[in-house]
Write a protein that binds this ligand. Sequence first.
Ligand code: ASP
Length: 438
Amino acid sequence: MLKTAKFGGSSVSSAEQFRKVKAIIDEDDSRRIVVVSAAGKRSSADHKLTDLLYLCHAHLTYGVSCEEIFNSICQRFIEIRDDLGLSYRVEEELEALKRHLNKDISVDYLVSRGEYLTSRLMAEYIGFHFVDASECIFMNYDGTFDTAGIAIAVKKALSEFGKIVIPGFYGSLPGGKIKVMSRGGSDITGALAAAAAGADVYENWTDVSGILMADPRIVQNPRPISRITYAELRELAFMGASVLHEESVLPVKEAGIALNIRNTNASSDCGTMIVPSIGKEDPEDERFITGIAGRRNFDIITVRSRNMRVNQSLRQALEIFEHYKVNTEHITLGLDSFAVVASAAQIGEDLYNICSELQKTLRADDVQIQEGIALVAAVGRKMTFRPGISGKLFQALGREGVNIKTIAQGSDELSIIIGVDNSQYETAVRVLYESFAG
Ligand code: ASP
């Protein structure tokens, strides 16, 4: 068994957090690849080292001294090192870096030092070998990854050293220059390393006990999702749930590796296990909804025409939406009408232009707009096998006076999506959760 464990910024923000990480590593010998973020916030008033490093660079660009910020960064590393009784000479690294602090320093190099130094300290503390991301996470100029090169380098390091720590968030370009990923990129490093090594599980350790079944700002204490498929996760993320970024899931999803989201501060919680597939029989869990997510602010544009030739009219309508760079979320079709749901933010100022073009091009009798629509999705792989689910959903919503404006079911029956007035959004989420998930 081989596990790759990635620890996020809050999991490595202080010596105390480092101790938790060590306890997690020590308790399972299969955690042999560890990926580390830069130290994050210790409290809500604190700052992430990555933010401070970007701030240093901004000061340098404008010719303002960054000494104070830089010293506070040094302080964080020294504090962690001393508290844990480590010997790594972090001052020497920081002194060398300080000598290069001028407006020409590469922002990517400077910012990557957050992950680099945090990982150096972690490697010494847990007794793993440090492998620089510049030597195993290879990036192409176009922003993609050289996955074949990464696989060779990670496997080689693993077989040579047995247990390794890799800094997250950065890698190197073909010429060797350091390049950082998008913010939160350590998740990607973890997934790449797990896929490269053919790990059995990619553990993503953070400060929550997994993905919640609904937005905690709407539903009080929603349960965490214990198991979910990659396909369900994608639906939930698409519908607005804040889960891991698609890019950071892709390498493990493609390799068929399970992804386990865990909480460093509650390490005995099982978290959320994301897997390629779950068999029909799932005796552990009776609920047929995996999660609920939604987004506000959509428009429904309904086109009516007595002489509608469906294919032609739909094609023309979609071309108009495409021209205005608006993605259609859903289309419902009637005999003499169809309705398109699209995000109001994407439609923007073009609403009336779109409607008048629809009217003219399709020679429609009528084009109507309903604004302020929220979409709520109930996502669940088990819905496929149970007849009457939508009936029950609508009954529950009806009882609470939620007026449904539009309905769509994903073609793979993974989700049922309803459109309600923005003002009924929270009620709809709560009713669905309480009736089917809680
Ligand atoms: N430290 C980087 C950030 O704050 C990357 C990461 O934490 O994943 O975005």
